[in-house]
Design a protein around this ligand. Structure first.
Ligand code: FAD
Length: 480
């Protein structure tokens, strides 16, 4: 069994390697660890004892109606074919766990299951966490069999001190651990704050605020989401887990006023094969070509799942610099690509379209500037395309806006930024790390969904994606 302990003996620093974080990226760093017998790896994370889950695939609270309500945004085999096989192997157990739950996940999965395509379902995120925890146990067992000691410590890392011969890692509980090297994988930034988003009738995020939000949903309040992406879809699932659809009153405000495309898997699986020419001088010219390829794929009948997964595979094989060598110009590409290839959870988006038709869900086009809590509900100040503002009265507001200009990072990332080891990208957003994810020294590597530049390479597709993160950790090892 792996050791899980709070305080640990001080191993010899030249044989010690520290991994900070406990999500899929931290686990990928552990899986790729290349040490020898006698080495010691210490994984320090908020919940290192559940290594592999991180924030995204955390274990839910027992007996809450919304446990298992939140789903992966893509078909299981787009996240990881091994996970899809794991899910299919346990299907009867999965079906038993999901039976009788609202929303009715099993019925939504039924057309895929009937077609023999369990690999295509949008699994509850908690199941992916179960799978990743098993992967963590397997990785630890394999490393221990090689004579490498693994210690997991539930703690928060606050800072790093770089020395000539290594690094000292300083934790919130007062530990100072000397190590030869450190891999940092502490996750992405917080949702950007919007004025008034933490009031009597508003919450700054859905995650961790479910109990309070649930009271308002159950009382029949209209729920208003700021933002139209993945977290908003989670809020809809939260509502569906608590009240019958006939009692649902739900609004979401998004700048484009649109619902993302559902990622619908088809058999046989297909990936769009983009054809891009090299030697572009401007982002505009490359983007025009990409837009043409997306149009061509759509004209050929490709679904958004096929287009998105096809571009992801393409840019993992072919770096953006191959097509556009000017970094300044390349920085303009990922945001547009992310917007064009937006897609999300099939089950929820199909529900959403049905509920829009039934007038239980409405999409508001605009940008929320402020939330004002009154005595019995909230008011949302929304700016439209033309710059004029209007005020909408609602029941309870949830900030699902995602990362933005005033997002904050965890203490470790903040420390690295303050010390200048990690940089903000000169592009619209994101972080810049060196070749092989190194931070100016071979002793420290950093990877999180917020990383948008690695060495001279602007990452074409955002790293808010389990498959991409794992792929880039594997690359970091190869480049060392
Ligand atoms: C709610 C949610 C849903 C998502 N859904 C999907 C999806 O369906 N499909 C997909 O591909 N991607 C999804 N993503 C994107 C997701 O970011 C990546 O897939 C992936 O989970 C990120 O893994 P990570 O290990 O880099 O970060 P995280 O999962 O965020 O893990 C980082 C961990 O490090 C811990 N930590 C942070 N700071 C410190 C510190 N200073 N010291 C110690 N520990 C620290 C955190 O508590 C956290 O547990 C989702 C993200 C979120 C937040």
């Amino acid at each position: 069994m792996p050791k899980i302990e709070k305080k640990h003996e001080r191993p010899e620093s030249s044989r010690t390697h520290v991994i900070v974080g406990d999500g899929i990226t931290a686990l990928a760093f552990l899986q790729e660890f290349q040490g020898d017998a006698g080495d010691h790896v210490i994984v320090i994370g908020t919940r290192a004892s559940q290594l592999g889950r991180g924030d995204a695939y955390a274990r839910g609270q027992e007996d809450t109606p919304w446990r298992f309500a939140y789903l992966l945004n893509s078909p299981a085999d787009d996240i990881d074919p091994r996970f899809a096989a794991w899910l299919a192997d346990r299907w009867s157990q999965v079906a038993e766990t999901m039976a009788g739950r609202a929303p009715d996940w099993l019925s939504a999965a039924e057309p895929l299951v009937a077609a023999g395509d369990i690999y295509g379902v949008n699994a509850p995120r908690e199941f992916y966490g179960d799978f990743m925890e098993e992967q963590a146990t397997a990785a630890i067992t394999a490393l221990e069999a090689r004579g490498i000691t693994i210690t997991r410590v539930d703690d928060t890392v606050l800072s790093l001190e770089l020395h000539q011969d290594g690094v000292t890692v300083c934790t919130a509980s007062g530990d100072r651990i000397s190590a030869r090297g450190v891999d940092v994988a502490t996750g992405g930034p917080s949702t950007m704050r919007i004025e008034g988003d933490n009031g009597a009738f508003s919450a700054p995020s859905v995650f961790g605020h479910e109990h309070r939000i649930a009271e308002h949903i159950k009382s029949g309040a209209e729920i208003f989401c700021i933002g139209g992406n993945a977290a908003m879809l989670d809020v809809l699932r939260l509502c569906q887990s608590l009240v019958p659809e006939s009692a649902l009153r739900f609004k979401a405000c998004a700048p484009d006023g649109e619902v993302p495309a559902p990622l619908i898997p088809r058999l046989p699986r297909k990936l769009t094969q983009p054809r891009l020419t090299q030697g572009h001088r401007t982002a505009a010219s490359l983007l025009a070509e990409i837009q043409g390829e997306i149009d061509r794929a759509q004209a050929n009948g490709d679904e958004m799942r096929e287009i998105r997964a096809g571009f992801r595979a393409f840019f993992l094989e072919n770096p953006l610099s191959l097509f556009l060598s000017d970094v300044e110009q390349a920085r303009k590409v990922p945001g547009q690509l992310r917007f064009w290839l937006r897609g999300g959870t099939r089950d929820t988006i199909l529900d959403m379209h049905r509920l829009i038709k039934e007038n239980r869900v409405q999409i508001v086009k605009g940008l929320v500037l402020e939330v004002i809590s009154h005595d019995t509900g909230a008011e949302v100040v929304v700016k439209d395309d033309g710059g004029s503002t209007r005020r909408l009265s609602t029941g309870f507001v949830i900030n699902c806006a995602g990362a933005g200009p005033n997002s904050t990072y965890d203490p470790m990332t903040t420390d690295l930024l303050t010390k200048g080891l990690l940089e903000h990208s000169a592009g619209p957003s994101g972080l810049k790390v060196g070749q092989g994810c190194q931070l100016g020294t071979t002793a420290v590597r950093y990877l999180s969904p917020a990383v948008s530049e690695i060495g001279d390479e602007v990452v074409a597709m955002p790293l808010y994606d389990a498959h991409m993160l794992r792929s880039y950790v594997a690359r970091a090892r190869q480049s060392v």
